[in-house]
Ligand binder design. Structure first.
Ligand code: NAD
Length: 394
């Protein structure tokens, strides 16, 4: 029941209380809070410091009834005072804390206090999921977004690297936060739970970056049906699932704030624009991803949801290529794929020479493309190449 309330009510409330600035919110359903009937009951909790900021919604579990009741109560609230409510109590369901940033949410819900730095970044207080955000391109993107003020959800199958990344980002003690959620993007249940957990923790969703992906190269003789199915499940189906569950939240936000733009961004590849020899399972899924992007873009633009793919060239400095044991450079060296190559640096030089820019793609290159599609209001359904000139559109 709570996931229904979280997904169908919290993003709507976030927009209803956002006047000058877009707020963040947190849903707290600790058992002791569920007994609170009114303001006075809530004031028994030590962490509730602002009695004048409490708004109580009548007892109902039907999302539309909650929203209707709240719409009326909020219009009366704003007639009498300017500041937004700090707490909305849904009797018997939970408490929603509302604030300008996530450090304020921590304070409102009694988390241990710490000194936080205020910054004013390019994506300040936006709520952004990065799948596969624990390392590689996703890790770099998550770090740069956090540094620019975003509340970043690092959604990754790898709990150890994902949590480590979140802890190291949060050491910066900014008013925005990073948050780890374990997900398998190939599973509908898991992706739906990722979106719900994001809304519960931050109040809504502004951008999802569908980045998690895997690569198992091989020609027709080597490729097993199982490997093909796994790559398709993660690289292609995974993008569909992210778009499906993210769009539901974004559409709801758009219903309550019509001019608010949100983004679904897929990290695709240059192999989504041009076939890749003995790598068809990867290229096929990435080509398909562009078909999804174009189709989602048409369906979702009426809700101000833009959908774009970014198509990076090879990330030579990332683990996929440079891992000393399992990276593609060492694999290609051992397989004799590059004629005359004696060392890893020879293999690298061979691949770099194929790029007019003379180097591999870096996180910052991808980040610039992400900012372009996010900041643009008059473009959607695109596949933006970031290949140093290796792929040119016609
Ligand atoms: N590395 C490149 O040269 C390159 C080039 C172009 C595009 N890309 C694309 O960029 C994206 C990221 O690639 P990378 O090289 O940074 O990858 P990576 O292997 O370095 O990192 C991928 C991350 O995704 C996570 N992951 C894997 N399967 C998952 C699943 N089922 N659910 C959730 N998380 C999962 C992993 O734990 C890992 O943290 C991929 O979509 C890839 O196709 C990569």
């Amino acid at each position: 029941m709570n996931s229904l309330i979280i997904n169908r009510v919290v993003p709507a409330i976030r927009m209803l209380v956002s006047k000058q600035k877009i707020m963040v919110a947190r849903f707290d359903d600790r058992e002791e809070l569920l007994k609170a009937e009114d303001k006075e009951d809530l004031l028994n909790f030590d962490f509730i410091k602002k009695p004048s900021g409490i708004l109580v919604v009548d007892e109902t579990t039907e999302p539309n009834e909650i929203i209707d009741d709240l719409t009326v109560k909020l219009s009366i609230w704003y007639e009498n005072r300017a500041p937004h409510p700090d707490y909305i109590l849904l009797k018997g369901i939970g408490l929603i804390a509302i604030g300008e940033n996530t450090a304020i949410l921590d304070q409102l819900l009694g988390a241990p206090q710490q000194l936080v730095k205020e910054i004013s970044g390019r994506v300040q207080d936006k709520i952004i999921i990065v799948t596969g955000g624990a390392q590689g391109f996703g890790g770099g993107i998550a770090e740069l977004l956090y540094a620019q003020g975003a509340n970043v959800v690092i959604a990754d199958l790898n709990e150890e690297t994902g949590s480590k990344m979140v802890n190291s980002l949060n050491m910066n003690s900014q008013t925005n936060q990073a948050y780890y959620i374990k997900v398998n993007v190939g599973s509908a249940e898991s992706v739906e739970a990722m979106v719900t957990a994001t809304v519960k923790h931050f109040g809504g969703l502004d951008v999802i970056i569908s980045n998690a992906g895997i690569l198992r190269a091989g020609g027709l003789d080597e490729m097993t049906p199982e490997s093909f199915a796994l790559m398709t499940e993660i690289n292609y189906n995974g993008y569909f699932l992210c778009a499906k569950y993210a769009a539901a939240i974004m559409k709801l936000q758009s219903r309550f704030k019509e001019d608010y733009f949100t983004d679904i961004i897929q990290i695709n590849s240059k192999s989504g624009l041009k076939g890749s020899n003995r790598n068809f399972a990867y290229a096929g899924g990435k080509f398909g991803g562009i078909g999804l992007t174009q189709s989602f873009a048409m369906e979702l633009m009426p809700f101000k949801i833009k959908v774009n793919s970014i198509c990076p060239g090879n990330f030579f400095e990332g683990p996929l290529w440079s891992d000393p044991d399992r990276g593609l450079f060492v694999q290609y060296l051992n397989a004799g794929k590059v004629p005359g190559a004696k060392e890893i640096k020879d293999v690298k030089a061979f691949y770099e020479a194929q790029v007019p820019a003379g180097r591999g793609c870096r996180v910052i290159d991808v980040m610039r493309a992400i900012y372009y599609v996010m900041e643009q209001e008059y473009e959607t359904g695109q596949a933006v190449p970031v290949t140093g000139g290796q792929n040119m559109l016609n």
